[in-house]
Design a protein around this ligand. Structure first.
Ligand code: PLP
Length: 453
């Protein structure tokens, strides 16, 4: 049922009249939107409260912790204690989609495999882990246990674990953020409580409990789990609540991906400039992960990078918020949408107002797609490239098809001054946000569903 409440003094029907895209969203159509408020990079950056030095600060912090990761998580040692994922060209998948959709995709198709990030196997291993580290560092400094010049190996010691055991972490999550915060916090010695929405997969809860994480389960959706977690943490000075809807720290943790990607693209011989545009397609839930990454990419590549958010038709809260300018003032539930999707990482009905606000002048656009399409792309990517992702992580894969073919999105390149020659030299980077830790049984079911889709 469409909500009868007024939003900023207007009914949903009035909003729909003003923004016809809301009708498409409400009726669960696959929809695309180009951001009319996008500004030239220099102009957008000049008005933005966050800067490259914030990204550098986060990057330096992760570098300091590399010594800790090498000992605490030996699987990160080959990469020097840096948590990073590879990029890969996927020509077979590109051919396959071109044939299926009878549409050439100009340029080259690549994938960023955050699905294989160490420790928690999803994009949340960036921001989630970063916020735990930033908090641990602050507590260690405040308590006089950490001194300038110390190797951060000391975080892997009984003394540090004893200190952190007096503190707790809390977070609300649809699954993967809880997994990242839970694993990282428990390893450092914190007490940790994860408030899981009804979307969270059983294996994620089981894995956390096996690591002595307190998992609280809700029958309701993500917003409720977050609100409950925030409420329970608010009167406890020894509890740090990781606020996925508002945290600047999380956002900055995600943004570091851009500095790393810049190196990887250079090593792969991929140019990014006006003649060689980079299109990036990011699965979006509340917005922190894809928003943080996109922010970093804009700071690194400026006008040469074009970022799109991808969401399920039942949970496209970011498109709804950005297209209307209402940001977090509106939810998909206000339109009578159920926020139910197999893409559990994206099952969010109300976007982060912080991310929507910061990213408004930077984003190129948004689109939504059906669950069945994510499943289908999942099976196709497995068959073509032997890459195995969770459903959420496939949302970005449809973007290059839409940019070439969709009546709305295909107008984007010309509108942005990108000619056919430049388009032919473009790189499409699909951000594959999770999947390597999905148990084989679950993955088999996803794959079989995808083969039938
Ligand atoms: C959380 C998540 C996202 C989206 O990140 P948000 O910060 O919620 O927007 C995308 N893909 C996967 C697999 C996720 O777990």
């Amino acid at each position: 049922m469409v909500s009868e409440k007024l939003i900023q003094g207007k009914s949903i029907a009035q909003w729909e009249k003003e923004f016809p895209i809301m009708t498409e969203i409400r009726t669960l159509k696959e929809t695309a939107w180009i951001n009319p408020g996008k500004l030239p990079f220099e102009q957008a950056a000049a008005a933005c409260p966050l800067t490259m030095s914030d990204i550098q600060d986060a990057s330096d912090r992760l570098d300091r912790f590399a010594a800790y990761f090498r000992v605490a998580f030996p699987e990160t040692a080959p990469d020097g204690g840096i948590i990073e994922s590879p990029i890969r060209k996927i020509p077979a998948m590109q051919n396959c989609m071109e044939e299926e959709y009878k549409q050439e995709i100009p340029g080259e198709l690549w994938v960023k495999l955050d699905s294989s990030l160490p420790i928690s196997g999803s994009i949340k291993a960036r921001g989630g882990i970063y916020e735990v580290l930033a908090t641990a560092e602050r507590i260690a400094l405040e308590n006089g246990l950490l001194h300038e010049g110390d190797s951060y190996e000391v975080f892997d010691s009984p003394e540090f674990r004893k200190l952190f055991s007096k503190y707790s972490m809390a977070v609300g999550s649809t699954g993967n953020l809880g997994l990242s915060i839970g694993i990282m916090s428990a390893k450092l010695g914190f007490q940790v409580t994860v408030h899981m929405s009804a979307d969270a997969r059983q294996w994620k809860k089981d894995m956390l409990r096996s690591k002595h994480v307190n998992v609280v389960e809700y029958q309701s959706d993500y917003s409720i789990a977050v609100a409950e977690g925030r409420e329970q943490a608010k009167d406890d000075p020894y509890c740090h609540f990781v606020d996925d809807e508002n945290s600047k720290t999380l956002f900055m943790g995600y943004s570091v991906a851009a500095l790393r990607l810049k190196k990887q693209l250079a090593e792969a011989g991929i140019a990014v400039d006006a003649q060689h545009p980079l299109f990036v397609y990011l699965p979006c839930g509340v917005g922190g992960g894809p928003g943080g990454v996109a922010f970093g990419l804009k700071m690194v590549f400026g006008d040469a990078v074009h970022c799109f958010f991808a969401e399920p038709t039942h949970s496209c809260c970011m498109m709804l918020g950005m297209a209307t300018g209402l940001n977090s003032e509106i939810s998909v539930q206000d339109l009578g949408i159920d926020n139910l999707t197999v893409a559990d990482g994206l099952a969010v009905g109300r976007a982060s107002g912080f991310v929507g606000g910061v990213m408004a002048p930077f984003m190129s656009g948004c689109y939504s797609l059906e669950d069945s399409r994510m499943f289908h792309l999942l099976a196709e990517l497995a068959d073509q490239e032997d890459i195995w992702l969770e459903p959420s992580a496939l949302a970005g894969m449809y973007g290059p098809v839409l940019l070439a073919k969709d009546p709305v999105l295909s107008a984007y390149p010309a509108r942005s001054g990108i000619g056919l020659e430049e388009l032919g030299q473009a790189t499409h980077l699909v951000w594959a946000t999770g999947g390597s830790m999905v148990p084989a049984e679950d993955m088999k079911r996803y794959y079989e569903t995808g083969k039938q889709a």
